[in-house]
Design a binder for this molecule. Structure first.
Ligand SMILES: Cc1ncc(COP(=O)(O)O)c(C=O)c1O
Length: 394
């Protein structure tokens, strides 16, 4: 297909629900992507958080090749070895007692968490979520997200959600009623603009949940699998949630979602109460096992802490030189650069210069390189960003 033919075919045959950038990528390796013209890009937002161990990691490619040559799929009324191994390995990383429910996306895993909290609530059906949250686009996850801009045209959504101010424990306490079953949050609001939960707030939520017998649900779709420097973000806060949700990075680019629940809670999902045809298929689980192996063997958690520190330091230095940078914040390799100008033109100019980043919440640049990023790649990215911001017509 010729270039224009590809764009035209999308226009004619693909639902136009995404804002698209006119780039066509055909190859990826580590932190790099190549477009159809052979131009190389440094990807500092790989796969919206999916590409945490870099594009086409050899461990994942080998695992997938091996599995598809033996058995591509069996449904969940049978057993499969990679699913058993993955559930065990995920639980190992919690250092607690969790069971997994396997699905195919973040939103689907969030739906599982909503259903499980209703089962646990036994009549209590309210979940408290937070302003600027993002939990996905299915109607339940969208109701949990609660942002008007995403909900318009799709109401009525699932009921039973109350949004309160992020990092405001008193607001949460006021919102709790006899109908509340759970509190759900992202520890770092990604789509909401890289807003980091205060440690005291999270500890307070845990205490409140214990006192009121509420479930604490942590959405780790973006923060999970090492992004904060810990395998799961809640480990950086010193709390243990009752339920947490993984997706994006876990299977190295293949679709996965996992709802992990404390064993006694997971056991409420008795046969027939919840299901997902594709969830936990052998190919996906084998890929996810390869991701966990790579994170461990290649010491990516240590690298995330080290490179995260370097990236934040460099971004803060950039802030001193560029008055349009209002704030720099981040944890591990999940960083936000808040601008006083719209971020979209900066993202577009960076792409022209061969650097891929993202803008969220109109003014916040999102920088989330792969966990195996190098100091050299960070230096290159900062140089490009600096030039682009300096040349921006303000
Ligand atoms: C924190 C969070 N939760 C849930 C989701 C939904 O995940 P998915 O797009 O895989 O349904 C996202 C997607 O960006 C997310 O960032």
């Amino acid at each position: 297909m010729k270039l224009q033919e590809i764009f035209d075919t999308y226009k004619d045959y693909v639902a136009p629900s995404y804002t698209k950038v006119p780039l066509i990528f055909i190859k990826g390796k580590g932190s790099y992507l190549w477009d159809i013209h052979g131009k190389k890009y440094l990807d500092f937002f790989p796969g919206w958080g999916v590409g945490s161990i870099g594009h086409c990691h050899p461990g994942v490619m080998n695992a997938v090749r091996d599995q598809i040559s033996k058995l591509i799929f069996v449904p969940n009324n049978y057993y499969n070895v990679p699913q058993a191994k993955l559930a065990k390995e995920l639980n190992y990383w919690t250092r607690q007692d969790f069971k997994s429910f396997f699905a195919n996306s973040g939103a689907e895993a969030i739906e599982g968490a909503i259903k499980l909290s209703r089962k646990y609530g036994n009549g209590r059906n309210e979940i408290i979520t937070f302003e600027n949250a993002f939990h996905g686009r299915t109607t339940g996850a969208l109701a949990a997200t609660g942002q008007e801009k995403y909900m318009q045209g799709f109401k009525p959504l699932l009921g039973g959600f109350k949004q309160v101010k992020f990092n405001d424990l008193d607001a949460v306490k006021k919102a709790v009623s006899e109908n509340t079953a759970a509190i759900m949050l992202e520890l770092i609001q990604g789509e909401g603009g890289i807003n980091i939960a205060d440690k005291d707030f999270v500890l307070g939520l845990r205490k409140l949940c214990d006192e009121k017998k509420l479930l604490l649900i942590v959405d780790e779709v973006q923060t999970g699998i090492g992004r904060t420097g810990k395998m799961f973000g809640w480990q950086a806060y010193g709390i243990v949630p009752d339920i947490f949700v993984l997706a994006k990075a876990l299977a190295g680019g293949l679709p996965i979602g996992v709802m992990m629940a404390r064993k006694d809670l997971a056991d409420l999902l008795t046969p027939g109460t919840h299901a997902s045809t594709f969830g936990g298929g052998p190919v996906i689980c084998k890929a996810a096992l390869a991701v966990l192996t790579a994170v461990q063997k290649e010491k990516m958690l240590d690298n995330t802490l080290k490179m995260g520190e370097l990236l934040l330091k460099k971004l803060n230095l950039l802030k001193e030189k560029c008055p349009v940078i209002k704030d720099v914040r981040g944890m591990g390799l999940m960083c936000g650069v808040e601008l006083s100008i719209p971020g979209k033109p900066i993202v577009e100019a960076c792409a022209k210069e061969g650097l891929l980043i993202n803008c969220t919440h109109d003014h916040v640049l999102r920088v989330m390189p792969a966990l195996n990023v190098t100091a050299g790649q960070i230096n290159t990215a900062i140089k490009i960003l600096e030039n682009v911001i300096k040349e921006a017509k303000l």
